[in-house]
Design a protein around this ligand. Sequence first.
Ligand code: ZN
Length: 225
Amino acid sequence: MRILRSTLLEEYAGVIHGFVHDPGGPDLLKIASDHGLEDILTVDQVHGNSVFFAEHRAVEEFAKADSVVTCKKGVGIGVITADCVPILLYFPNFGCICAVHAGWRGTSLHAVRSCLEAVWKKYSLRPQDAVASIGPSIGKCCYEVRDDVASQFVSSSDVSTHWLCEKGDGKFFLDLVELNRIELFDAGVSEIETMNVCTYCQGFPSYRRDGYNADRMISFIGISP
Ligand SMILES: [Zn+2]
């Protein structure tokens, strides 16, 4: 099992987290108990931008969403990925945590902004009260897209597109991490860390590299009970 930790989240006592590659598929209960958590709650991810406030497993398993939020201690929340961008958020003075899944569709639908807006609506917590870590995902080094995908992100009002690099033949390299970092920054998130690990070329689960049978990784966060 390979586990990466965020230097930023490790600064906070009581926060438990990890970006985990457990070959053959993550055993959520085992990873949870190894970290002193009751469970790791996930949702049925659908490449959208809806947000689920998690309380109990029985419900979560059937919830269609791409962000999970909780203020409950002792239980982890997480997102499953293989190239898509996992983002973990923590509101230090309020004990609120979020896990967001953003592939190109979720990124184009502003999944992380929707999560921050939902937290503001429900708990009146501002993005300025949050810190964020962006985990391993397919990097700009390897994420080649065609113009149908690239055009989702470029509009005539864009002055800078450093996150999109033209390769020729109607192909581009797209930087999903940078797009999500900009979204967090623009929302006002106080500190943002990017892990800068590419799933495709650094041996983590990659759908683009291995297809449907690719392993999946779990990126989780919890607050110690
Ligand atoms: Zn790469």
